[in-house]
Design a protein around this ligand. Structure first.
Ligand SMILES: Cc1cc2nc3c(=O)[nH]c(=O)nc-3n(C[C@H](O)[C@H](O)[C@H](O)COP(=O)(O)OP(=O)(O)OC[C@H]3O[C@@H](n4cnc5c(N)ncnc54)[C@H](O)[C@@H]3O)c2cc1C
Length: 376
């Protein structure tokens, strides 16, 4: 039922819509509004706070279908996992203050400020600092790759509240906040980054931006732990978008390979064309099982760090192979914007790098799953 409903919503936004938003580098506002209006972006928010109260499995299906339709859920996926920080670690007062507004679309929590230019993948080295002064925190510093910052009212922000040099464990002294970007607009500078895909991604500079103490999530200094717990959700949801992209490539490749006639026969008759598509399809189906397993464990409340990371790795690699198979199947036409393969090819490439680079997933599995020495 979810697949069918999301698919039918997506049919209102054909590939020409995505082509145009990509070419003009526009934010897909009408699509995000439609998803919000139909409640798909708030499926993970419990019913008591205005959402659908569904699980990770259902949320995964929503994102998978968007990307399989030719769309790009990256424009709006973030609030599905950023709101989890409030849900799991926020106070009851914070849940009541924020979640119903996020569910209705009145307050968009689409900006997630973690990555910084100098720290990169080494999150504990971030330098943006939130200094407590009475009843508020004063934030100074810079984030990079903060997607959707211009299209968000709130930001889930990770900042240091104790310098790295003075904590015993480097993961201590980081805190998680809800920053009201609208209210602090004059103390925040947002600079769009020109990228190869349309992700509305930006650099964000904070100059004495203020956050009231009641917007600190959980305990001061424990933010890294909260972010980690949310990352499993992020990995599973991103893996789902990747699955959607992969199946998009397969759908299109099969169709084209059956229709395109060269040497008086459909190109799909050639094993050189057919086998890479079949191989990529099998890889996607296998990776999808890992995504399903991770989502199932998440919904059971069981730690799924290993499965969520493996799902993100396996889906992004399988989809990349499917993207290459599609490019080969389409031959020269794969490069023509009109066919959308090149756009999807660019979009699918992201998941090998973000939200975590695949090398870091390999390090995680080597060290934390297999018990090998830390590689860095
Ligand atoms: C379009 C886009 C949107 C994004 N949106 C957001 C967002 O909304 N919010 C946010 O906070 N971030 C966002 N990011 C940032 C993203 O999460 C980071 O780009 C990613 O985590 C990698 O960090 P980095 O770019 O600093 O790479 P680096 O950390 O500099 O790494 C560069 C390369 O070195 C490799 N490497 C580094 N260290 C090791 C090691 N120890 N072992 C092996 N290999 C290593 C990495 O695998 C990678 O290949 C986004 C990025 C992009 C491109």
């Amino acid at each position: 039922m979810i697949r069918k409903s999301v698919k039918s919503l997506c049919e209102r936004f054909p590939e020409t819509y995505w082509q145009e938003t990509d070419e003009r580098e526009e934010y897909p506002t009408s699509f995000v509004q439609a998803l919000t209006d139909e409640g798909w972006l708030s499926v993970l928010i419990p019913e008591q706070y205005g959402g659908a109260g569904l699980g990770m499995t259902e949320a995964s299906i929503v994102l998978e279908e968007i990307n399989r339709s030719g769309g790009n859920a990256g424009a709006c996926h973030a609030q599905m996992y950023t709101m989890g920080a409030i849900l799991r670690h926020g106070s009851e007062e914070q849940k009541q203050r924020f979640l119903p507004k996020i569910a209705s679309g009145e307050a968009r929590l689409q900006a997630f400020g973690i990555t910084e230019p100098t720290a990169g993948s080494d999150t504990t080295s971030i330098e943006t600092f939130a200094q407590k002064e009475g009843e508020k925190y004063i934030v100074n510093g810079q984030k990079i790759w903060t997607s959707r910052a211009e299209h968000s009212d709130l930001m889930l922000l990770l900042a240091r509240t104790t310098p790295k040099e003075t904590v015993t464990k480097k993961t201590d002294g980081l805190s998680l906040f809800i920053l009201d970007m609208k209210e602090q607009r004059d103390k925040i500078t947002i600079r769009p980054i020109d990228t190869m895909i349309n992700h509305a991604t930006t650099e964000v500079f904070f100059e004495n931006a203020e956050i009231p103490v009641e917007n600190l999530i959980g305990e001061e200094g424990k933010g890294f732990k909260y972010v980690l717990s949310g990352m499993n959700a992020e990995r599973i949801l991103i893996a789902s978008e990747s699955v959607g992209d992969g199946l998009y490539f397969i759908d299109r490749s099969v169709q084209y390979a059956n229709e395109r006639v060269v040497f008086n026969r459909p190109i799909g008759k050639n094993q050189g064309v057919q086998f890479p598509i079949a191989k990529a399809f099998m890889e996607i189906e296998a990776a999808k099982l890992m995504r399903d397993r991770a989502a199932e464990l998440f919904d059971e409340g069981v730690n799924c760090g290993a499965e969520a990371n493996m799902a993100k790795y396996l889906t992004s690699e399988a989809t990349w192979n499917a993207g290459n198979a599609a490019m080969d199947t389409y031959g020269g036409y794969g490069f023509a914007k009109e066919y959308n393969i090149e756009r999807k090819f660019r979009e699918a490439r992201l998941f090998k790098v973000a939200p975590i680079a695949n090398n870091l997933v390999l390090s995680f599995v080597g060290q934390h799953v297999l018990g090998l020495p830390r590689s860095y």
